[in-house]
Design a binder for this molecule. Structure first.
Ligand code: SF4
Length: 119
């Protein structure tokens, strides 16, 4: 398997080429530093993303609360999470950083509020 990637770890945006051989060994070229190798290996073996969304609240003045995952989530867990979040209604008050949903899909990753909602 061979993939072209752009490293997102710094503004240099190195163009990486990651190759995985039959034994599973991954070689990376085009990286400006070791973080690019780690990024490419993660993308080939366990790609993850921080997820941002909004959830409905019981507030009349702030009916939608912005939330995000507290850590990157495996990509296969993103669609189920979004389906769940869009069906939720959160009771106010909520403080910034408060956990809205714990241990998404058994990953240990929580969804937290990114702002407060008091009324
Ligand atoms: S490989 Fe290193 S230098 Fe290149 S974009 Fe990634 S972090 Fe920046």
């Amino acid at each position: 398997m061979r993939r072209q990637l752009i490293c997102i770890n710094c503004p240099r945006e190195c163009h990486l080429e990651a190759t995985q051989n039959a034994d599973g060994e991954i070689t990376v070229t085009g990286n400006g530093c070791a973080r690019g190798v780690a990024y490419a290996r993660q993308e080939l073996t366990d790609p993850r993303r921080v997820v941002t969304a909004v959830v409905h609240t019981t507030s009349e003045t702030m009916p939608w609360l912005p939330v995000k995952t507290a850590a990157p989530l495996p990509k296969q867990d993103i669609a189920p999470l979004l389906n769940r979040l869009y069906q939720m209604t959160v009771e106010v008050p909520v403080s910034c950083g408060e956990t809205i949903l714990a241990d998404v899909g058994g990953t240990g990753v929580n969804v937290v509020a990114t702002t407060e909602c008091v009324v």
